[in-house]
Design a protein around this ligand. Structure first.
Ligand SMILES: Nc1ncnc2c1ncn2[C@@H]1O[C@H](COP(=O)(O)OP(=O)(O)OP(=O)(O)O)[C@@H](O)[C@H]1O
Ligand SMILES: [Mg+2]
Length: 458
């Protein structure tokens, strides 16, 4: 068998004749074959130089072969070690396999048999690296469920993969409504080594404060009138896995120190309980609120905020990652094609312009809903602007004469200011009070600006 990539093979054998013979055989076979005569030299060699396969005689003059095997695998566990045992050392062969050897061969053996075994090891290594390559390509490691390659979103994805690998650190996901916070939480869990354990989700704004504690920590029998039996809480159910606190900004201030205790000591007590219960969970929290300003207003505990803030993933709003809009739209079109049995292939140029210029206050979720609606209405293979909701088209047409007629790269601040004032005025039908409130300036100040920019307000 010819190997395209030369594999390095180390022979560890104290019998000089045997060692030289094997070295010649494997050099001829296309390996980078080397040989040593004792266990210590084998370990030194592996430490110094990368090795793919080791043929290891289990009876060595200096060190026990199993110890050498373990040492080699401790240096690099991807090395395939084939152990050569003297017949009838079946017990040794078994302990070698248990210690992580790839295979074993009994002495005396046919050279052909050993060659086949080495070829099989090479083939298995090749397949393993192919599987790894494909896994990478198909996205096991590049988050295929997350559409968007804009610079801003690529950074989010990179960070998710980093965070996933530190499975004990709490994570705080921040982002406006509909930006994909839950999707990110799922990805963190699924890419971590907790993936086979539960991911438990709690929406802090959906559970009444008085029920939340029992829900989260469970309760002991008799803790309160309705506690007829002891019940495990969500934290205990999440043991080994991840617990996701959605809308953490809505967690009651009374419960927050208890969550902090879980983060710091990994332990809690059931309601009415006197015993500390240990849990191994990763806490992921999400919010669309500005926690920092909540801390300033004493609506959120600073100690919990600083504990959660160690790893923050900020998902930028869709309007700040324009490059993701069309790939997301196309992704949702494909999903709808499947669900609705349609065959939509394109988005009309006008519709595309509208999608790209809209401000997306509801972010990805809004885009998803709008595409679903358009896909239902479409009766050809094209999505036209008439299938978009009116407010979307109006938002754009009001905005377009102002901002979009300006070449934004060359625009002066004054041009942008004028365009923005016009846009806001338009959206409130010329109501100066409302417009000044939105713009954050006093009415008189706005009037001065209208004069300055010769904007007539009827
Ligand atoms: N990058 C993305 N690629 C594909 N789908 C996405 C992406 N981001 C969000 N979505 C989809 O958009 C919808 C909204 O996402 P998600 O529920 O995770 O947002 P959220 O930030 O948790 O929203 P809310 O603030 O309302 O709780 C989901 O259907 C989700 O699958
Ligand atoms: Mg959510």
């Amino acid at each position: 068998m010819k190997h395209i990539k030369k594999h390095t093979l180390l022979i560890v054998e104290d019998d000089d004749v045997m060692r030289k013979t094997l070295e010649e055989v494997f050099v001829k076979r296309g390996f980078h074959a080397h040989s040593v005569g004792c266990g210590m030299d084998a370990i030194k060699f592996v430490k110094k130089q990368g090795v793919d396969i080791v043929l290891l005689d289990i009876r060595l003059p200096d060190v026990d072969g199993i110890a050498v095997l373990k040492h080699i695998l401790a240096i690099d566990d991807s090395i395939f070690v084939i152990v050569m045992t003297a017949y009838p050392d079946v017990k040794i062969a078994i302990s070698a396999i248990k210690a992580g050897a790839y295979d074993f061969i009994n002495k005396p053996f046919e050279l052909e048999e050993l060659k086949l075994l080495a070829d099989k090891a090479v083939e298995t290594q090749r397949l393993m690296s192919e599987v790894q390559r494909l896994r990478h390509k198909t996205g096991d490691e590049c988050l295929p469920e997350m559409i968007g390659d804009s610079l801003a979103f690529s950074k989010v994805k990179e960070f998710i993969l980093i965070v996933a690998k530190t499975p004990k650190t709490p994570v705080l996901i921040q982002g406006e409504t509909g930006t994909g916070k839950e999707l990110v939480a799922n990805a963190i869990h699924c890419r971590s080594n907790r993936a086979d354990m539960p991911l438990i989700k709690i929406n802090c704004s959906a559970i009444a404060d008085n029920l939340m504690e029992a829900e989260l920590f469970g309760y002991e029998k008799g803790a309160f009138t309705d506690a007829k039996e002891t019940k495990k809480g969500l934290l205990e159910l999440a043991d080994g896995g991840t617990i996701f606190f959605d809308e953490i900004g809505d967690m009651s201030i009374g419960l927050q120190p208890k969550l902090l205790r879980v983060l710091e000591n990994h332990s809690f007590r059931r309601v009415g309980g006197i015993r500390d219960i240990k849990v191994d969970v990763r806490v992921v929290a999400a919010t669309n609120k500005d926690l920092q300003s909540m801390v300033r207003k004493k609506e959120f505990r600073d100690d919990l905020y600083y504990r959660l803030k160690v790893m923050v993933i900020h998902i930028p709003p869709l309007r700040e990652r324009e490059g993701d809009i069309m790939p997301l739209a196309e992704h949702f079109i494909q999903l709808n094609n499947k669900d609705l049995g349609k065959d939509i292939e394109v988005v009309s140029p006008e519709c595309r312009d509208i999608l790209l210029q809209y401000s997306w206050p509801g972010n990805v979720r809004e885009l998803k809903n709008i595409i679903e609606r358009a896909a239902i209405l479409a009766n050809s293979n094209e999505i036209l602007s008439e299938y978009l909701p009116r407010e979307l088209v109006e938002d754009i047409t009001a905005f377009m004469p102002a901002i979009n007629k300006i070449n934004s790269i060359n625009a002066t601040l004054e041009q942008v200011e004028k365009a923005h004032i016009l846009h806001v005025l338009n959206s409130v039908n010329g109501n100066i009070s409302q417009a000044s409130r939105i713009l954050g300036i006093a009415r008189q100040h706005l009037r001065k600006k209208l004069k300055k920019y010769s904007i007539e307000n009827s």
